[in-house]
Design a protein around this ligand. Structure first.
Ligand code: G4P
Length: 536
């Protein structure tokens, strides 16, 4: 991240300063979907929390927002949603839900300025939470923690905090302190504002009652908290104030400290305080780094980068939507931007802003916002859009495919369909697809084994095409570039190992590192790389 990130920067224009762009990270089942839904509810974006839910892994193969749309009958259909809360504009970016390592997740986290980490109070820090946390740490993202499901038997509060501190090596500052747990859970003490928040057990969608008090000695506390719990609360808070660090915004913004709220998403408890925390302490849109220079959000020229491409948002139309994080400026609909990779002008006449109620035409957007640009495949992950300046945004990772498998359509007559499906996934960045020069079929490269399953199920669902993945004779792929004559000579003698990717670029496939070393020796002018930079 830019060095200038948290240093004293000039005040941003108010429209930019009120934006908070963030993602929610968690282990499956911790409550991310429920929390998202409550955010939308408090953000006025939906009227009522839904009820219908599917069980198990099936509902996690696609984006959680999509899952909500399908199962709860609300129309969200998006990877990013915008809504207002108090005077803030929240942009919540969805992270894919499947539990394997996912490239998508990494890229998504390049588009946000902060993250909310949801943990289950009974389970603590789980494997997926840890992985995602590490990605956030790589980018020094500020993280707010929400300890969910306090209405169930949970671990001791100190134990939870200790586990986070030790497991994730981050300071934890309690922003609230739970009062009771499980069936006895009645609410929380807001340590940042000296307030008592009482949960309403009767109505899950009702926000907590707030009791303003002067501190833990306020006799008013006894009117709301039973004596046993009050005694425990006073002891614990005293201990916490002695043993745990106090909230320090600077340390939080630098990614060294996380404030933690205790609540119950399903009971709408603690959610509003968490949202207030994001608004009050969360980072404003941050500068973004490009190879050429750092781009400040307040710059007047519009710049942005594509961090995700999603196809088939509407199965009837095979269009794609490129999700663009605006890095700077004030975008207005109809603007002509330069698509830096091709150098071509692009009139952005129908951008969409994902207000939770539905996709809406974005009349305007500011630095920090995420807009969707429908297109027919021109916009690729990593692409920059500017008002003419040649910029190459950095930090959007490209991954070397580590697992290769062949893929065939169950019905050999459907090979063309399969090719189309695979090309779409390659453009989305969901997999690398190689077409060997000799023979039929395709070879697909992914980073995590589960991605094969996800792909197979998506191809079947979206293209009604049963497919079979099978072992490949190759285990490594290298992109090859160099002077044309040398490249041609190389291709001619290695035909059985040559394939092209979805851009038509040359890839060398092998199972031996020895082969790769030999080529580098025999063809000194050729360059072999394990990843293809997604940008020019
Ligand atoms: P995820 O997106 O992180 O995978 O989690 P999700 O919100 O789908 O929640 C997982 C399960 O945890 C759901 O139960 C949900 O109702 C429940 N849950 C979420 N927040 C709370 C909470 O504060 N307290 C309690 N007790 N449960 C919570 P499920 O059995 O999978 O679905 P459902 O049948 O309850 O809808």
């Amino acid at each position: 991240m830019p060095d200038t990130l948290h240093s004293n920067r000039p005040a941003l224009p108010p429209e930019i300063a009120r934006r908070r762009t963030f993602a929610i990270i968690s282990h499956p089942d911790a409550g991310k979907t429920t929390l998202t839904e409550k955010f939308l509810l408090f953000g006025g974006a939906i009227q009522m929390a839904g009820q219908v839910r599917a069980k198990g892994e099936a509902r996690r193969t696609r984006s959680d927002f999509m899952k909500m749309e399908q199962e709860r009958g609300i129309s969200v259909s998006a990877s990013a949603m915008s809504f207002d809360f108090r005077h803030y504009r929240f942009n919540l970016v969805d992270t894919p839900g499947h539990s394997d390592f996912s490239e998508d997740t990494y890229r998504t986290l390049t588009a946000v300025d902060a993250a909310i980490m949801v943990i289950d109070g009974a389970k603590g820090v789980e494997s997926q939470t840890r992985k995602l946390f590490e990605v956030c740490r790589l980018r020094d993202l500020p993280i707010l923690t929400f300890c969910n499901k306090m209405d169930r038997e949970s671990r001791d509060t100190f134990e939870i905090i200790d586990e986070i501190q030790e497991n994730l090596a981050i300071d934890v500052a309690p922003a609230s302190w739970p009062i009771g747990m499980g069936r006895e859970f009645i609410g929380a003490y807001d340590l940042l504002h000296d307030r008592l928040e009482i949960m309403d057990r009767a109505d899950r969608n009702k926000v907590a009652e707030t009791v303003q008090i002067t501190g833990l000695d306020d006799p008013k506390l006894a009117d709301h908290v039973p004596p046993e719990l009050l005694k425990k609360l006073r002891e614990e808070v005293e201990m916490a104030r002695e043993l745990l660090p106090a909230f320090d915004r600077q340390s939080f913004l630098e990614g060294h400290m996380t404030p933690i709220w205790f609540g119950s998403a399903i009971n709408s408890f603690g959610v509003r305080e968490l949202m207030d925390g994001m608004g009050e302490y969360g980072p404003e849109p941050q500068p973004q780094r490009a190879a050429e220079r750092v781009i400040a959000p307040e710059e007047t020229a519009v710049t942005g980068f594509v961090f995700k491409v999603q196809a088939n948002m509407d199965p009837k139309h095979r269009d794609r939507v490129a999700f663009v994080r605006l890095a700077s400026g004030h975008f207005e609909r109809g603007m002509k931007l330069t698509h830096v990779r091709t150098g071509k002008p692009m009139a952005v006449s129908n951008p969409v802003l994902f207000l939770a109620a539905d996709r809406e035409l974005a009349e305007e957007a500011w630095a920090g916002d995420i807009i969707g640009i429908p297109n027919h495949g021109q916009l690729r992950i990593g692409d920059a859009l500017t008002e003419g300046e040649k910029l190459r945004f950095t930090g959007i990772p490209s991954f070397a495919p580590e697992l290769l498998q062949g893929v065939r359509a169950g019905d050999p007559m459907k090979a063309k369909h399969l090719e189309k499906a695979l090309m779409q996934f390659a453009e989305e960045g969901a997999a690398k697809v190689f077409k060997p020069m000799i023979g039929s079929g395709f070879i697909v490269g992914v980073v995590g084994a589960l991605q094969f399953e996800v792909l197979a199920s998506r191809i079947e669902q979206e293209y009604s095409l049963p497919v079979r993945f099978e072992g490949s004779q190759f285990t490594s792929a290298r992109w090859v570039a160099g002077p044309k004559a040398e490249l041609d000579r190389f291709i001619n003698v290695n035909k059985g190992h040559i394939a092209t990717d979805h851009d038509g670029d040359i890839v060398y496939l092998t199972r031996l590192q020895w082969d790769i070393d030999r080529i580098q020796r025999d063809y000194p002018e050729l360059k072999l790389t394990a990843t293809k930079e997604m940008m020019v």
